[in-house]
Design a protein around this ligand. Structure first.
Ligand code: BT5
Length: 260
């Protein structure tokens, strides 16, 4: 008989966690629930996605039963355009913290929404986040943050995900408990939100933890390619590059890599 996934029974107070063996995409499910008025704190988690999504219509690939694939529904409230990006930032920090607590590894945040691990001067992607904003029929905006974290993916399988993919198994050399990671993530989200309510803006914390600020990077967007010094990120999370001709340019989408 097929064993029941260890994720099946996981719950944490304050969250409504719904487990599925296989879905199209946990983000798609959470967006649908949000449109129908589901409250904040809903978490969809799956062992397998048949149509996992990245940004810009790209695919997210994960071998069944080995990764954390989940989406969280947030209702940030007003001012929405200020709060929504900060929730995404806070989730990135919470994910990095959770990985650190459970594995001892120290992943970095890579703009806009990746988690990377650098070893021997080479960076590899261990997780990606897909943040999507939608409005319900009553016009109320909500946010879905979807996370794909490569947990127990063996080295031999990594090249089938992406050329620069890595996993916690490969980086730490041991099998990592997915439930412990999810629990630690939700606990850190709670902590960052409590601190935010008490006046600590997550945006400067996130900026402080971003990899590559001050370094020369290359950015590919759907329409252009540019390179320059990654000078800053603004309050909404956009990347500010100092181009070779001295001009500053702000980017809201794109893929960044270190210029070699
Ligand atoms: C992301 O997009 O990194 C966001 C990924 C979000 C996935 C989660 S899983 C739960 C939830 N439900 C969903 O349907 N999605 C979210 P982006 O920055 O566009 O990166 C996508 C690119 O990463 C792909 O084009 C591949 O090159 C690479 N990639 C795909 N799968 C990967 C993996 N498992 N590990 C590392 N890289 C991967």
């Amino acid at each position: 008989m097929k064993p029941i996934s260890e994720l099946h029974d996981f719950q944490r107070e304050g969250w409504d966690i719904r487990y599925f063996e296989r879905v199209t995409s946990t983000n798609t499910l959470a967006l649908e629930a949000g449109r129908q008025g589901a409250p904040e704190g809903l978490v969809f988690i799956a062992d397998e996605q048949t149509a996992g999504r990245g940004r810009l219509e790209r695919r997210w690939i994960a071998p069944p039963g080995t990764c954390l694939l989940f989406s969280v529904l947030f209702r940030p409230g007003e001012p929405f355009t200020e709060r929504a990006p900060r929730l995404t930032m806070l989730c990135g920090m919470a994910l990095a913290d959770a990985v650190n607590t459970v594995t001892g590894l120290t992943p970095q945040l890579k703009w806009p929404n990746d988690l990377i691990i650098t070893r021997a001067g080479v960076w590899r992607k261990v997780a990606g986040m897909l943040s999507e904003i939608e409005s319900a029929s009553d016009g109320a905006l909500f946010l879905v943050v979807g996370i794909g974290l490569n947990v127990n993916v063996p080295a031999a399988v990594l090249p089938t995900l992406a050329p620069n993919a890595t996993s916690l198994l490969v980086e730490s050399g041991r099998v990592i408990e997915r439930v412990a990671l999810l629990d630690a993530f939700l606990q850190r989200v709670e902590a960052y939100r409590a601190a935010w309510r008490a006046g600590e803006d997550p945006a400067p914390l996130w900026r402080h933890r971003l990899a590559w600020l001050g370094e020369v990077v290359q950015i590919h967007t759907p329409t252009e390619m540019a390179s320059g010094i990654a000078e800053d990120v603004d309050a909404d999370g956009a990347l500010v590059l100092r181009l070779a001709d001295g001009r500053q340019q702000r980017f809201t989408v794109g893929d960044v890599s270190l210029r070699v």
